[in-house]
Design a binder for this molecule. Sequence first.
Ligand code: HEM
Length: 486
Amino acid sequence: MFAWICVVFLLLIFHAYKNRKYYLLSWKLKGPFPLPIIGNGLSFLCENDNLLDKTIEICNKYPSPLRLWFGPKFTLVITDVTQAQKVMSSYNFITKDPDLYKFLEPFDGKGLITSSGVKWRKDRRLISPIFAKKNILQYFPTVLEQTKILINVMESCVDKPAFNIEPYIHRCAADIVNRTFLGVKTEAQFGKMDRFLWLLHRMYTIIYARIVKVWLQNDVLFQFSSYWKEHEEGKTVILGFMDKVIEISDKNNQQSKSFQPVIEQLKSMRDEDAGFCTHQDLKDHLVTLYSASEDTVTSIVSFTLLLLGMHPNIQERVIEEIHTTIGDKNSNIDENNVNKLEYLEMVIKDVLRLFPIASFIVRKAEKEICLYGDCWIPAGCSVIVSIYNIHRDAKHWEKPNQFYPEHFLPDTVRSRHPYAFMPFSAGPRGCIGKPFAYMTMKIMLVTILQHFQIETDEKFSNLQLKTDISIRPKNDRFPIRLLLRK
Ligand code: HEM
């Protein structure tokens, strides 16, 4: 019996390997940590035009039947900024590679991140105004209110040994998103959503594991893996939560003019346009917006605090700016004074440069496209734009591997290629939540820094990174110490 089970298991592994779409390539891009690059059989790292020429030449030389079979499976890896601009800004490249993004679908459904084509165009056009700068200002007081709760919680950590700040920021971000996006008041900051947040975090790890580990791509083998149980529990708990939130919102049906959570705005569109946003659509959008927002904001705020602890002189400059522009902890940040914090914005941007949430982005060419000169990418070819490498390319950055907010001095920015910095992606499929992210990160950072001085024993040069959908420290820890700011 056991022997038969082993044979079936081996056959399944062989089947998965034979039908693999993506697997880990041995090629690693340059960087302080090995950035695994996924590829589907044939991938080409195009660090310079010569190599790219050669790739396209090979690609185009296939006799048509072979090219039909083989061509669409090519993946190009681009690290050149001009070529990246061509890809990111083109409407030919708005299709997400289904072989990769399908692993997100059991969780995110057909939300904005995973969908393509007509559905994506329509949904994006309708949802974009909700996240416009002017519209999200209504959430400012809620973000501030939740951040003040965070300050109270953090006070218990003052003068204590170093601790990991990330779970504190994560819980606060969850309460913010629950209130502003889903319209529900939660108490994640008092430990009431810890299992939910843990599962959410695990979902990213599991989805990334499926992208890079060939044996997990087969659905049957995946069910035998150690990830399966958590994956299913994650789906049940998180999607069940969204169902509940929609049910509560349908029951309440209360409309306030001054504060409209994202869910209510989506539902009002559903009423106006019967073709948009069924219950399933609404759930897909909510879970996509939820997972796209709280994890990203948490990661950047945590990295910023850690880096400020490592660089006390930069922290001093930020504090000086906050004191002269806003004042000490008794003075509140508001929509007007927050925009005057130019140095803080430079600091956040250099953190986003060093630790871009999406270290690479994968797109599929809908039609043949000319990359430059007479170099054509065939239709169906996948392209990986390596944002991480572009962000650390010495051609564009004075100190590519150091924390150096001066990279974002106005004159320096003007003289740099506009696509050398794209932490929010760029072009038609760029991040929809950029204004919300900046607003939330600034409110959190200013309020925390008004109250606490940050210290850490960690050294920037020892920081080791890993990717699991987003970039994180290898040990998943952001250890800092808090002192009351005098
Ligand atoms: C620091 C914070 C954030 C960073 C660095 C970030 C980064 C990104 C990046 C790189 C993409 C492109 C992903 C891809 O093409 O596969 C993206 C897309 C997206 N982001 Fe963000 N994001 C952040 C915060 C947010 C927030 C707060 C929201 C909530 C509204 C959000 C919603 C989205 C959505 C819906 C997309 C898909 C857009 C589309 O394809 O049409 N993001 N984000």
